[in-house]
Write a protein that binds this ligand. Structure first.
Ligand code: AMP
Ligand code: ZN
Length: 110
């Protein structure tokens, strides 16, 4: 499948990893929007929030269970976790990913 983040999981495209286990990977965003900007992804291909189902939701729960330790390792206490679903919402990579943003005062959601 021609998916950028699947290629990052496979090691075909380099990334700056900050966390990895058997099911998920976290790496630094290449175009950071805050002093800390990390993407957390499932290793399995899920296109976006609209492809989360009862059958694959456990990996999403695992991502959220891991976000606090990723944030803590970055020294963050205050941060935003978000996902964009669909082009109009700003999704540019069609592989589910959660942004962790922090390190500055974050503005209102738009
Ligand atoms: P979104 O716009 O919500 O789909 O988020 C996609 C994010 O992936 C953007 O913030 C991009 O800067 C980031 N991105 C794109 N290519 C790479 C890459 N090769 N390594 C790390 N982050 C990337
Ligand atoms: Zn993928």
């Amino acid at each position: 499948m021609d998916c950028l983040f699947c290629k990052i999981v496979a090691g075909e495209i380099p990334s700056t990893k900050v966390y990895e286990d058997d099911r998920i990977l976290a790496f630094r965003d290449i175009n950071p929007q805050a002093p800390t900007h990390i993407l957390v992804i499932p290793k399995m291909h899920i296109g976006g929030a609209d492809e989360v189902t009862a059958d694959n939701a456990a990996v999403v729960a695992h991502i959220f269970a891991t976000v606090p330790q990723i944030a803590k390792a970055e020294g963050l206490t205050d941060y935003r976790v978000l996902t964009n679903n669909g082009a109009d919402a700003g999704q540019t990579v069609r592989h589910l990913h959660f942004h962790i943003l922090g390190g500055r005062v974050l503005g209102a959601m738009g």
